[in-house]
Ligand binder design. Structure first.
Ligand SMILES: C[S@@+](CC[C@H](N)C(=O)[O-])C[C@H]1O[C@@H](n2cnc3c(N)ncnc32)[C@H](O)[C@@H]1O
Length: 481
């Protein structure tokens, strides 16, 4: 251990990586001062350069590895190290899930007001490669160059590049030649679409300048083998659509070919217009014995096999008797609603995206389910008039929460408290927002069980499910006031 070290920006320090922080950085300590080291894994002894110094911690990057971690393994992908898609391919999978479980526990204890919480061991993903049913590739005018390419004088022209963002660079992409997270057919499609873009002479979209044509390529591959390809551009051009259709005939596996259009400045691949170029406008995905119809804009859990395990935990934590009313908040295409429908009297799903609600209703019809209703709207408004909602649908015995990564609107958390369900099952892909919400819900509820579920091997992301049970001494009038 180095004694009396003063940490300063630019300084070279030697340290051992003890653990992984939420977000994927290695954590080291020098005289109890915490250093977050980019691209480092537990067990490595490294020389690191301090890149930022704060009062209570510093950020560093690895300058050299002095000794390798006993947990290290050979990454599968040639882009590993520079690609922002995977951060942990070089760490044994058992260590990845152990580290992610520890992060969830630490975050919920510290930010969730749950200092004594103990959580279950992280549920591993059955597949650690090719587990994703959807990849969103971005076009860019800027290609990420390796340090070797830079030192050999390489440069890039403006040709549209297509891939995933380079680690830490939102304006540069890795011009991918492989990716092991999705079915290999996606990479064949990526090569065809990239070449079409280059041959078109049209530029990639630039967020900074809000101009350019090519924006995203979204590929979705379902367990049913349905394959949806959505090429997202900033406007519709018939000649480009024809060319895409012609060239993608080389992939007869495609069941839906779309050209989505978005004019939005935001970097979310949500299309305002959809032009169907070939096949069907929707695709079908399967979880357990249920089939789900999805449109291009609809959310669906990206690891289908693991989604089933996630929903099994939701079912277990809901502890259903068969006669309950369940509210499924942030229901997407109604997957959880449908998964629970056979175990309850009624499910009411709430969702802001219209196409997802249309899919949810269609999914009930096609699965022969008649005890689910869906409300379209922003939960911030839809739940605000608690009495109106409960008059229409009945007071919920159970509430399921599955908010997006940014978490719930604070008003919605309070509205859920006002509904006073017996139990809440909170599903979240972001332990920090989950902690904040559990801390507010803790006014009336005890967190009884937490199960982390790894939906995203090799990435820093982790999903968790929490069971909350209402403390019976909270009176109805107090909770509604
Ligand atoms: C993490 S997804 C969960 C979907 C679903 N439970 C599932 O397992 O597939 C979150 C969903 O919440 C929806 N959403 C986001 N903000 C919302 C809001 N303010 N009101 C209603 N729905 C919202 C999104 O469109 C998305 O479908």
């Amino acid at each position: 251990m180095q004694k009396n070290v003063t940490i300063a920006k630019g300084q070279l320090v030697e340290c051992v990586i003890e653990s992984l922080a939420f977000g994927g950085q290695g954590v080291a300590r020098i005289n109890d001062f915490v250093i977050f080291v980019d691209n480092a894994i537990p067990g490595q002894r490294v020389q690191a350069v301090i890149t930022r110094k704060k009062q209570r911690y510093a950020i560093a990057r690895v300058a050299s590895i002095i000794s390798e971690s006993p947990f290290t393994i050979k990454p599968s992908c040639i882009h590993f190290g520079s690609c922002g898609g995977c951060l942990l391919q070089n760490l044994q999978y058992e260590q990845q899930i152990r580290a992610k479980g520890a992060q969830v526990e630490e975050i919920l204890r510290r930010l969730g007001g749950l200092p004594h919480l103990e959580i279950a061991a992280t549920l591993p993903s059955e597949r650690v490669y090719h587990y994703r049913n959807k990849m969103e590739f971005s076009f860019s005018r800027h290609r990420w160059l390796t340090p070797e390419e830079i030192s050999s004088g390489a440069h890039y022209d403006d040709a549209p590049y297509l891939g995933l963002h380079a680690r830490g660079f939102y304006d540069k992409v890795i011009d991918l030649s492989e990716c092991h997270l999705i079915d290999p057919i996606a990479i064949k499609i990526l090569h065809i679409v990239r070449q079409t873009a280059r041959d078109s002479g049209l530029p990639a979209y630039s967020t900074a300048e809000h101009d350019g044509f090519w924006r995203y390529l979204i590929v979705r591959r379902a367990q049913t083998k349905d394959l949806m390809v959505n090429v997202v551009t900033s406007e519709f051009r018939a000649e480009i659509a024809d060319e895409l259709r012609r060239r993608l005939m080389d992939c007869p596996q495609i069941t839906s070919l779309l050209n989505g259009v978005t004019r939005s400045r935001s970097s979310v691949a949500f299309c305002e217009e959809e032009h169907l170029l070939a096949g069907r406008a929707t695709m079908s995905e399967q979880i357990g014995s249920y089939f789900f119809t999805l449109s291009a804009n609809s959310f669906f859990q990206t690891n289908t096999l693991q989604a089933r395990k996630l929903y099994d935990i939701v079912l277990e934590y809901a502890e259903l008797d068969g006669d309950e009313i369940v509210y499924d908040l942030y229901c997407g295409t109604g997957t959880i609603s449908i998964y629970l429908s056979g175990h309850v009297a009624r499910v009411v799903g709430f969702e802001a995206v219209e196409s997802a609600v249309i899919n949810a209703r269609e999914n009930c019809r096609s699965n022969g389910i008649d005890n689910c209703a869906f409300v379209l709207g922003d939960l911030k408004d839809e739940l605000a008039q608690t009495h109106k909602v409960t008059e229409q649908f009945g007071r919920p015995d159970i509430v399921i929460l599955d908010p997006p990564r940014g978490g719930m609107h604070p008003k919605t958390v309070r509205d859920v408290l006002a509904l006073q369900p017996k139990r809440i099952v909170h599903v979240s892909c972001n332990p920090t927002t989950m902690a904040r919400e559990l801390s507010v819900l803790g006014e009336s509820y005890d967190v009884t069980r937490v199960q982390p579920v790894d939906m995203f091997p090799h990435t820093a992301h982790i999903e968790a499910v929490a069971q909350l049970i209402r403390r019976e001494h909270i009176s109805a009038s107090a909770a509604l006031s």
